[in-house]
Design a protein around this ligand. Structure first.
Ligand code: TYD
Length: 130
């Protein structure tokens, strides 16, 4: 998804506006930085959480896996967000040095919403579609 922004001699400004730009109401914002070269994050799924992630600085590779197919994305522009629907296994890697990834989330932190084991995820996902 594309956000509006403006750049000029005073720098750049980007806007993500509730209701207009997002398919959910933001309940939580978090950001990730200082991810060392070769390290990955994510490697979990959420049962209900919706998120939009934005590389506000640098670039990050994202894999979204629905248990059958994997889609790959490169986030490298602060005017671009990737919508992470519920029920997808996500993996984030190849964080460029100095990168900052911001996440806008539809709910407050809830450890019960996570699936952190890939085999459990596949079982959960296959039960969803039957
Ligand atoms: P986690 O979501 O597992 O991130 P990653 O998969 O990238 O490692 O979060 C890492 C830790 O931070 C975990 O112990 C839970 C904690 N955490 C919170 O307490 N609140 C939050 O909003 C988030 C996103 C994580």
């Amino acid at each position: 998804m594309q956000f509006s922004g403006q750049s000029g001699e005073r720098g750049s400004l980007f806007v993500v506006e509730a209701k207009k730009d997002l398919p959910f109401e933001i309940k939580r914002v978090y950001y990730v930085k200082n991810v060392p070269d070769g390290k990955s994050r994510g490697a979990h799924a959420h049962k209900t959480l919706e998120q939009v992630i934005i590389a506000v600085e640098g670039s990050v590779n994202v894999e979204l896996d629905d248990g059958r197919n994997t889609s790959k994305f490169i986030l490298n522009n602060p005017d671009t967000g990737l919508y992470l629907p519920p029920g997808y296994w996500r993996r984030l890697d190849n964080f460029s040095p100095g990168s900052i990834l911001m996440a806008l989330a539809s709910a407050c932190y809830d450890p019960q919403d996570y699936i952190r084991d890939y085999d459990k995820y596949l079982k959960w996902r296959s039960n969803l579609s039957t």
